[in-house]
Design a protein around this ligand. Structure first.
Ligand SMILES: Cc1ncc(COP(=O)(O)O)c(C=O)c1O
Length: 291
């Protein structure tokens, strides 16, 4: 992970990241009582910003944390932070906790002022050699709670899973529960079988993915059959293609799962079509002139 860019936003103020301070009584620290978003920025322009802000609004609503800003307010702060750090390609992180309280109670208190912290990290540069070869992934039993549709900072299950992947020299851990594919530790998973791209239906078990949604839209527009249905572990293991969707990395082909080749062991034709449409779309957004 790259070193964060120098400026951050904390509770209404842009300031050097090194000067940002949060109370140790913040419920985000004590209980993981907080949500977050990550918005990629290309050429100074936030990518899929409405989709990310909509997901942030939903996460806050599901956690009964009052949303401290309207859509325009968030957009302004994001733009200010980008302007302060410079228009390099970057990922903007928004963290919102329920706030700090004077006592320590598990139950959610009313009336706290949410803590808002934002920072940015330089974009992860895409290595053409890695993209051309694909990446390794492992499967692992999903160790998480039952509300993974909320983008909460309580990420211990994801942290365990990702650590297992790194130890196995893989990029991602693909989570399995009740004999079904859920998602990656920090990505959505798309499965190619024949000429069809499959994705699991949304529900409390997985996070709605902005990259996945765009890829499926682009796939359908390119004439690829898209099927939203439960993906069994057996389907996953006989997949011709696997792809991971991350806001921070785009859409990446998985060519080895648990040490065995996926399909031919090379990035497949479905991924190639989707990746090409995704790159084109992203470039169009990055090049867009202001209205
Ligand atoms: C658990 C999980 N699922 C899916 C995703 C993919 O979502 P997005 O494409 O919006 O990054 C992420 C990304 O952070 C994630 O952490």
């Amino acid at each position: 992970m790259a070193t964060p860019l120098p400026f951050a936003f904390l509770n209404g103020q842009l300031l050097p990241l090194a000067e940002a301070r949060i109370s140790p009584l913040d419920r985000g620290f004590l209980f993981g009582d907080a949500v977050y978003e990550v918005i990629p920025v290309y050429n100074g322009r936030p990518f899929l910003e409405p989709e990310h802000l909509m997901r942030l609004e939903r996460s806050l609503r599901e956690m009964s944390i009052p949303n401290p800003h309207g859509r325009d307010g968030w957009r302004r702060i994001i733009a200010d932070l980008i302007a302060q750090n410079g228009a390099v390609d970057q990922n903007v992180y928004i963290q919102v906790s329920r706030g700090a309280e004077d006592t320590r109670n598990h139950a959610m208190p009313d009336g706290l002022t949410p803590t808002i912290f934002m920072m940015a990290t330089p974009a992860i540069s895409e290595d053409p050699a890695v993209i051309a070869k694909g990446v390794r992934a492992i499967t692992i039993a999903d160790p998480r709670w039952k509300r993974c549709d909320i983008k909460s900072t309580a990420l211990l299950g994801n942290v365990f899973a990702k650590t297992a992947a790194v130890k196995a020299d893989a990029l991602e851990a693909i989570l399995i529960a009740d004999g079904e594919l859920r998602e990656g530790a920090s990505s959505s998973v798309l499965v190619g079988l024949g000429a069809t791209v499959y994705a699991p239906p949304y529900g409390p078990e997985i996070l709605p993915g902005t990259t996945r949604d765009l890829c499926l839209k682009l796939a359908a527009a390119a004439g690829i059959e898209v099927c939203i249905e439960t993906i069994t572990e057996a389907m996953l293991l006989r997949a011709d293609e696997l792809m991971l969707g991350f806001a921070t990395r785009g859409v990446i082909p998985v060519t080895q799962l648990d040490g065995k080749p996926v399909g031919t062991g090379e990035p497949g034709p479905l991924w190639k079509k989707i990746y090409s449409a995704f790159r084109e779309y992203r470039q169009t957004v990055a090049d867009k002139k202001e209205a």
